[in-house]
Design a protein around this ligand. Sequence first.
Ligand code: UD1
Ligand code: UDP
Length: 375
Amino acid sequence: MLSSLIIFGTRPEAIKMAPLVKAFKSQPEIFNTKVCITAQHREMLDQVLDFFEIIPDYDLNLMKPNQNLYSLTADIITELKPVLEDFKPDYVYVHGDTTTTMAASIAAFYSGAKVCHIEAGLRTFNKFSPFPEEINRSITGRVSDLHFAPTETSRANLLKENIHPDQILVTGNTVIDALNYSVKKVTSPAFEDKEVNTLKEIIEPDKQLILVTGHRRENHGEGFINICNALKEIAKSSLNYQIIYPVHLNPNVQKPVYELLKGLDNVHLIAPLSYPAFVWLMNESKLIITDSGGVQEEAPSLGKPVLVMRNTTERPEAVKAGTVKLVGTDKNKIIAEALNLMKNKEQYEKMCKLHNPYGDGKACERIVDFIKKLQ
Ligand code: UD1
Ligand code: UDP
């Protein structure tokens, strides 16, 4: 029996780890699986746990309002010690590049467990973009024993860092496993959702829908002011456009967004949506403007064009395919690119290609099969 501890802390990690939790738990005769959440996020994490019906075995409940990187990192490492000593896992699974990922991988390494990195090998090779995620994932890569890379590009990045090829498996991104599960639920005739019903009341069917999300630390301050001013101009340019923006709960995001965008008729600022409602809304949108990593991966599978408000991306596959475009946080560039797509049918249709560069929905199956063979 292999004991596995799956650790995560934020909304995107939870979405991308949920199908893996289900895959391990579906084979209880082989795997003794437990889930530990740091709760680096609280409300936004709980939304995901509710939807995927995951009850954590350990909840460190660490989120503090406007938390900082120093104390969060220290708290995660300290609070994981008794969990690791209690459960003594053979394998610890961490995901991606958050503070939870980095700190949990170090704690797992201290405990003597084998560290498995899901969504391994993403790199921009720019220490400050995204900050601190590029360094978080590099540190996790350094202490990991097994690297589950979503694409060939991420595998190549790991090989360049002298990781042995036998320690890497290309799996596709588990986000597509989660997306497929959710799309199936959202599009079934029996699907009833309070948040979707509220969205249906807000959305005016004759208007063109632009969906916006944003949270990156390196965009806090000036970046967010530019982003909001650009959205204001886009909204003002035509009353036929309707912007819906579920605002991330980070106070460094809430403050500028509500101060600069509140009160505009065709801009709807709403609370973060639960995953199925957000998937439903992505599907309804004409254009997505975001700085999110996960949304960049999901949108191509839904055939939705994305403008990414960053100067770098660790997800070059969809940019190469022409369905995702980097626009940075320059106000004029965001306005020009968004209006170009809203007005120019030919340009728009070129960016609508439905494709799946990030996976086929079988990533978790591949990970579980790989681990099974190590017994
Ligand atoms: C974190 C991750 C980032 C990831 C993002 C996903 C780090 C350093 N950052 O950024 O990599 O892309 O999550 O969304 O790991 N808050 C709430 N409720 C919540 C969540 C957040 O109130 O459910 C507020 C709190 O005041 C919290 C603050 O947001 O202190 C910041 O949360 P934190 O996880 O430190 O940073 P994010 O910007 O969310
Ligand atoms: N998401 C969600 N509700 C929202 C906004 C986003 O469930 O209101 C989902 C989205 O589908 C994606 C993930 O959250 O799977 C992305 O999270 P975020 O942008 O916070 O983090 P990142 O992916 O940039 O690390």
